[in-house]
Design a binder for this molecule. Structure first.
Ligand code: NDP
Length: 448
């Protein structure tokens, strides 16, 4: 059995019932096979892959808090500190009922490689809770965030582990988490990113993942002789990533016709009105049905009754920006039948493995999340730099660094794919470029 296969079997045995984690490891292992084969004796002796797939530390804790009726609620809390070979652990906190150790481990594992691709000194981690912020009052959100931080604070720090937002964790939650950290430790430091702009938050952080997704998509299309302007784009999700992906796509001259949430999706023949979407989602915290009721050109499709998704419409570019495994093989078939040119992952692992293989086979340009959505964590790292310097950079300065980082990521993954004889395979390119960097750092630091 090859070394890669041996370690993969070990992952399956040691982590039963963790399908998302298995899926993430498999994707990386399939891509890095040529690099591992080149160095098999050395990696095997140093148990490099065994160490790579084992988190350095996993913290699981209870989060008791009191709801508005005076009832005590208990949620799970967790933080996986996966790999610190190239910098302090960095990765978001997800608050969603679907959060399990498998989901957090898959996200933490992906984060190692994504962070390596940014070219910035950040290691990989991820955390979260099965708490559902939907429908909770502000006071309940605060109570939960404070209780969550009452345990987490002892494991994080500006030089050790710097969490950020993710699904369900936006500026409001980061604010409450930061306030509690400060109260518990007495320290005002860059321990969380995605903070409010009045207390250390970076300009462009809110926009970063969505904008970065469009910068890399534009760069990839350009390198293949295609102009994004005038193209039709389908987006899923209507959260942080989706909203700013829509905004930047429209600024670049594309027409975005869909957005979704967990209940359904909208098709807007006139192109999504991003200011209205922001008003509905960011300010009023309402559902997409509200957008449709205010916009005559929009049609709402209910997920339960119709069973359709944004991938059923004719589009040139698909940008899944909601959650993992949301674009299936059937969706990929429909997209291809409708002439899709490119699929770029705004969310983490939103395209299933089978769908990714199918898109590859059909020569659809595909950029995996670890490269395509790295703009968020890259800008978080820029926030850490500003916090350390005790300075704020202007919007234009951060935005131009973000664009530069995304362009460099594209060049790196494109080059790695070519170097290993797989031109245009950006999944392989991303995994190989990132793995080589992390592996080298791990080897140089000895057996730790
Ligand atoms: P938000 O919570 O702001 O938005 C998530 C969106 O996805 C919402 O529209 C939500 O709908 C929808 N969604 C969530 N879960 C499901 C589900 N199970 N089925 C269908 N729709 C769902 O999160 P973000 O925009 O921050 O994150 C989106 C994705 O991008 C995630 O995969 C995240 O890990 C990834 N990402 C985020 C980064 C960031 O900077 N924010 C950075 C890099 C990656 P509803 O409101 O109904 O729940």
């Amino acid at each position: 059995m090859s070394y890669i296969e041996e370690v993969y079997q070990r992952v399956l045995t040691q982590n039963p019932s963790q399908p998302e984690f298995h899926q993430a490891v498999k994707e990386v292992f399939d891509s890095i096979r040529p690099v591992v084969e080149e160095n098999e004796t050395e990696y095997r002796r140093n148990a490099l892959l065994e160490r790579l797939v084992s988190p350095e530390r996993q913290i699981i804790f209870r989060v008791p808090w009191i709801d508005d009726r005076g009832q005590v609620q208990v949620n799970n809390g967790m933080r996986v500190q996966f790999n610190s070979a190239i910098g302090p652990y960095k990765g978001g906190l997800r608050l969603h009922p679907s959060v399990t150790p498998s989901v957090i481990k898959f996200l933490g594992f992906e984060q190692i490689f994504k962070n390596a691709l940014t070219g910035l000194p950040i290691g990989g981690g991820k955390g979260g809770s099965d708490f559902d912020p939907k429908g909770k009052s502000d006071r309940e959100i605060m109570a939960f965030c404070q209780a969550f931080m009452q345990e987490l604070y002892r494991h994080i720090g500006a030089e050790t582990d710097v969490p950020a937002g993710d699904i369900g964790t936006g500026a409001r939650e980061i604010g409450y988490l930061y306030g509690e950290y400060k109260k518990l430790t007495g320290r005002f430091e860059g321990v969380l990113t995605g903070k409010g702009k009045t207390f250390g938050g970076s300009k462009v952080r809110s926009e970063a993942t969505g904008y970065g997704l469009l910068y890399i998509t534009q760069e990839m299309l350009k390198s293949n002789g295609i102009d994004i302007s005038g193209k039709t784009v389908s987006v899923s999700g209507s959260g942080n990533v989706a909203i700013y992906a829509i905004e930047k796509a429209e600024q670049l001259g594309a027409r975005v016709v869909t957005a979704s949430d967990s209940n359904g999706w909208i098709y807007d023949s006139e192109g999504i009105d991003v200011e209205l979407l922001k008003d509905v989602k960011e300010r009023r915290r309402q559902r997409l049905t509200e957008y449709a009721s205010l916009r005559p050109s929009a049609v709402y499709h209910d997920k339960k009754t119709e069973g359709t998704t944004p991938w059923s419409v004719k589009t040139d570019i698909a940008l899944p920006c909601a959650t993992q495994n949301e674009l299936t093989l059937d969706d990929a078939r429909t997209l291809v039948a409708n002439g899709v040119i490119a699929v770029c992952e705004g969310a983490n692992m939103p395209v299933t493995r089978e769908a990714t293989e199918y898109l590859k086979e059909k020569k659809v340009y595909f950029i995996p999340g670890k490269a395509a959505n790295a703009g968020g964590v890259a800008t978080s790292a820029l926030e850490m730099s500003q916090n350390s310097e005790r300075l704020y950079w202007s919007f234009d300065e951060v935005d131009s660094r973000l664009r530069d980082i995304m362009t460099r990521i594209f060049r790196k993954i494109d080059k790695a794919a070519r170097d290993y004889g797989m031109p245009g395979d950006y999944v392989a390119g991303a995994n190989i470029a990132a793995f080589k960097k992390v592996a080298e750092a791990m080897e140089m630091q000895g057996v730790v």
